[in-house]
Design a protein around this ligand. Structure first.
Ligand SMILES: NC(=O)c1ccc[n+]([C@@H]2O[C@H](COP(=O)([O-])OP(=O)(O)OC[C@H]3O[C@@H](n4cnc5c(N)ncnc54)[C@H](OP(=O)(O)O)[C@@H]3O)[C@@H](O)[C@H]2O)c1
Length: 408
C-alpha cells in the first residue's frame, strides 16, 4: 500500500503529517502559514492510566486535500468507558500507534464516537457544513480536526438535532437497539423491522443492571417503544432522596420497575420478582449485564426457563459466575455482545439503525443521555482534558463526560 493510502486508511491522511511544536497555550492563528489548519489531538504512546499517558499534541493540516477526502472539525465527542479501557490497554481492540501527526513517539488518538462538521471536501458526497460521524470503529475522535477518506464518514441529517444528540447516538443507543432487537422476545417483529428474532424465552420482561448507564437508559426507552417491560437495577445514591430522584428519572423514560442493588441482592428479591411476574405466570426472557460479579449472578437467577442473558460490559471488573443449575435445568443461554463486530458485519443495517434512532430523537420519542460537558477550546489546558478522561470511569456520575469543541 502506498504511504499516502496507509495514512488515509488510518483515518488521518497525508496532509497532517507536518507537526508543529506549539505549546498548548499558544495564541492560535486560525490558518497557519500557507493556509495550514492548526489542530490538536489527545494522544497516548503506551497503555496506562489516562492521567499518566495522555498528552495534548499540536500539529498542522495541509490545505491540499487528497482525492475523495474530507477535512472536518470536531463538534462533540463523548468519553465512554470503552475509550478509557482502550487507553488502559484492556479493550478488545487496540488502535495502532503511528507517527502520522508527528508525535515524538508513535501514538494513537482515542475516542470511538463523535460528530464533526465538514470544512472542505474533495468528495462529491460531502459539502462544507455537513455533519458527519465516523463510519469505522476507533476513528479517534478526541481531536479538534481530522482528514480522512470520505468512506470513513457517514453523513447525518442534522435537521432538528444538537451536536450532543448526534455525538452520543452511535455507541450506547445502538448497543441497546441491537441487543433488544436481536435477543428481545419478539422485539424485531413488534418494531416492524422485518428481522426474525431468536427464540428466547416466552416473556415480555427484560431485566438489566447498570440501568442508569447510557445503554441502560436507551434499553428502557426502546423496550417501551417496542412493547417490552423492564426491570431496572441501579446502585443506591448517597441519600434516599437522590435514589428516589434517579428512580423517577428512569420511570419517566419508561422503566416499569426500578430496584436498588441492595434490594436486588436481598433475600426478599425472590418474592418481589414473583409478584412482578404474577406468581411466575409471566417470565423474564432476557437479561442484560454490564456489571459482572454478584450483580450478574443475580440477573441470571432472575431469568425464566430458556431465557437469554447478554453480557456487554464489565463495570465492576469482576468475572461473571453462573450457577450450573441455570445452565442445565433452566436451559438459559449466556452470550456476549460487542457492537464493533456487528457494525463490521452489517454496515447497511448500522446506517438504518442510526437514522431510525435520530428520527426517534427528532420526534421527541427518545431522550439522549444526561451529559457533563467538557469545553475544549483552543487554549484549554492539557490537564483539564486529561482529568476529564480519568474521571470518566468514576461511579455515581451525574452525566456522561462529553468534549464540546468551541472555537478551535
Ligand atoms: N459491548 C458493547 O458493544 C458495548 C457498547 C457500549 C457500551 N458497552 C459497555 O457498557 C457499559 C456501560 O457503558 P455506558 O457508556 O452506557 O456507561 P455510562 O453511561 O458511562 O454509565 C456507567 C454505568 O456503569 C455503572 N458503574 C460504574 N462503576 C460501576 C461499578 N464499579 N459497579 C457497578 N456499576 C458501575 C454506573 O452506575 P453508577 O451511576 O451507580 O455509578 C453507570 O450505570 C460499559 O461497560 C461499556 O464498556 C459495551
Amino acid at each position: 500500500m502506498a504511504s499516502s493510502q496507509r495514512l488515509l486508511a488510518a483515518g488521518l491522511g497525508r496532509p497532517i503529517a507536518r507537526a508543529l511544536r506549539v505549546p498548548s497555550l499558544a495564541v492560535r492563528r486560525k490558518s497557519g502559514p500557507y493556509g495550514y489548519t492548526q489542530a490538536k489531538a489527545l494522544v497516548f504512546s503506551k497503555p496506562g492510566e489516562p492521567a499518566d499517558v495522555l498528552s495534548l499534541h499540536s500539529h498542522s493540516i495541509s490545505p491540499s486535500l487528497p482525492s475523495s477526502s474530507v477535512l472536518v472539525r470536531s463538534l462533540a465527542a463523548p468519553i465512554n468507558p470503552a475509550d478509557i479501557n482502550t487507553v488502559q490497554g484492556t479493550y478488545g481492540a487496540k488502535p495502532p500507534f503511528t507517527s502520522l501527526i508527528g508525535t515524538p513517539e508513535p501514538s494513537a488518538t482515542p475516542g470511538n464516537e463523535g460528530v464533526f462538521e465538514v470544512l472542505s471536501s474533495s468528495s462529491p458526497d460531502f459539502a462544507k457544513g455537513d455533519w458527519v460521524i465516523p463510519a469505522i470503529s476507533q476513528f479517534g475522535t478526541w481531536r479538534t480536526h481530522a482528514v480522512a477518506e470520505a468512506s470513513k464518514f457517514i453523513k447525518v441529517d442534522k435537521q432538528g438535532l444538537s451536536p450532543l444528540q448526534v455525538a452520543t447516538v452511535s455507541v450506547n443507543p445502538c448497543t441497546a437497539y441491537r441487543i433488544l432487537r436481536h435477543y428481545g422476545p419478539n422485539a424485531g417483529v413488534k418494531a416492524g423491522l422485518g428481522m426474525r428474532p431468536l427464540e428466547v424465552g416466552s416473556g415480555e420482561w427484560f431485566i438489566q443492571n447498570g440501568a442508569n448507564s447510557g445503554v441502560g437508559r436507551a434499553a428502557i426507552q426502546f423496550g417501551r417503544l417496542w412493547g417490552l417491560r423492564s426491570i431496572n437495577v441501579v446502585r443506591e445514591r448517597e441519600t434516599e432522596e437522590a435514589t428516589l430522584a434517579l428512580r423517577r428519572e428512569l420511570e419517566s423514560l419508561g422503566a416499569d420497575v426500578v430496584v436498588t442493588e441492595s434490594q436486588f441482592m436481598s433475600r426478599e428479591w425472590r418474592d418481589r420478582l414473583a409478584e412482578i411476574t404474577r406468581g411466575g405466570r409471566e417470565q423474564v426472557g432476557l437479561g442484560l449485564n454490564c456489571v459482572g460479579g454478584k450483580s450478574a449472578t443475580a440477573v441470571a437467577r432472575s431469568l425464566g426457563e430458556g431465557a437469554t442473558m447478554v453480557t456487554y460490559g464489565g463495570m465492576a471488573k469482576q468475572p461473571v459466575a453462573l450457577p450450573v443449575g441455570l445452565l442445565i435445568f433452566k436451559d438459559i443461554r449466556f452470550l456476549g455482545f460487542w457492537l464493533s463486530k456487528w457494525n463490521e458485519k452489517d454496515v447497511k443495517g448500522r446506517k438504518h439503525m442510526i437514522n431510525d434512532i435520530l428520527s426517534l430523537i427528532r420526534a421527541g420519542k427518545f431522550q439522549d443521555v444526561p451529559v457533563d460537558e467538557v469545553k475544549w477550546d483552543w487554549d484549554t489546558e492539557e490537564s483539564t482534558l486529561r482529568d476529564a478522561v480519568q474521571g470518566g470511569l468514576q461511579g455515581f456520575r451525574k452525566g456522561k463526560g462529553v468534549f464540546v469543541f468551541g472555537e478551535t
